[in-house]
Design a protein around this ligand. Structure first.
Ligand code: 6GU
Length: 294
């Protein structure tokens, strides 16, 4: 999967080189490219924001800068630019990723450019990305949205700072791309970058080959299947007694049928206590399920 991220803080995404995400990138399962939005600003101060029409607090991100940035990232990646002009750095705002103010450590400008050239005619050629704009006023990002994104070949994230991006940018691209304004929850962050980290991790771990054990995806609390919409119950490992606390005996019994039933009961009870809003969505509660909740 190809992921482009345009931000005024590309350095914010350093964690995407760590652990599971880092391994997925090394293995070529994930191809993440960071872009500094300010590279497409026109004035000496690299201004990306301005005061809001109609008044009010804060600043709004300028449409021209975002428009040029998104156009350039798509054009470059879709192979509309000849490789030569990429290599010569001819286009404005060609400060891809690393080397400049904020790339991921270990990613040189040269290898970044090689990556761009390699992408010409590559898996994203002739395609367009799904444009994802994080905002607290967006539709909720859920596990089913993560699954949808995991099936896409190319995602372009446009995280904003300040009061958000001029709305005309989303209107403009909605006629050319699928544009999603999404929120990761009912609270307000200082900017969309942290939300992008959350979404990229949620999506990337669903890609084939990223997790070691395929079951760890299917047993997720919000994954489709028998346990859908149930919170996962408690888990235990050795030793069998720790500071006087015992592991539930059933888990040591080796009786797989009884263990599965116990786990479902625990999941139902936990969901009832912590997330009763989820219970109506749990598919066909059977008699044993209703007993567990009684
Ligand atoms: Cl996507 N952005 C910001 N700034 N705040 C949020 C959010 C996104 N999702 C929840 N809160």
């Amino acid at each position: 999967m190809r992921i482009d991220i345009i931000s005024i803080f590309p350095e914010y995404f350093a964690p995407l080189s760590v652990s599971l995400m880092g391994k997925a990138r090394e293995r070529g399962i994930l191809d993440i490219r960071l872009h500094q939005l300010r590279d497409w600003a026109h004035d000496v101060h690299h201004t990306v924001d301005d005061t809001p029409y109609g008044g009010g607090p804060g600043m709004v991100m300028k449409p021209e800068v975002w428009g040029e940035a998104i156009d350039a990232v798509i054009a470059r990646s879709a192979g509309e630019f000849p490789g030569a002009s990429i290599a010569s750095g001819g286009t404005s705002g060609d400060g891809v990723v690393a080397g400049s103010s904020g790339g991921i450590a270990g990613e040189s400008l040269v290898s970044g450019l090689e990556g761009e050239v390699a992408a010409v005619g590559g898996p994203v050629a002739g395609r367009t990305p799904r444009l994802i704009v994080p905002t607290p006023s967006g539709r909720r990002f859920t596990q089913s949205v993560a699954l949808e994104y995991a099936a896409e070949p190319w995602l372009l994230f446009a995280p904003a700072r300040y009061e958000g991006i001029d709305s005309r940018v989303m209107v403009e691209y909605a006629s050319r791309l699928r544009v999603d304004e999404v929120s990761i929850g009912d609270y307000v962050l200082a900017g969309g970058e942290a939300a992008v980290l959350v979404m990229v991790e949620a999506v990337a771990r669903l890609l084939p080959g990223v997790l070691g054990n395929a079951n760890s995806v299917t047993d997720d609390s919000f994954a489709p299947g028998a346990m859908q919409n149930l919170l996962e119950g408690p888990v235990y490992t050795k030793p069998p007694v720790w500071r006087g606390h015992e592991v539930p005996e059933i888990l040591l019994s080796g009786h797989h049928g009884k263990i599965a039933r116990w786990r479902r009961d625990e999941a139902l009870r936990r969901t009832y206590i912590r997330r009763p809003d989820l219970l109506p969505a749990v598919q066909d509660l059977d008699k044993a399920d209703r007993q567990a909740l009684a």
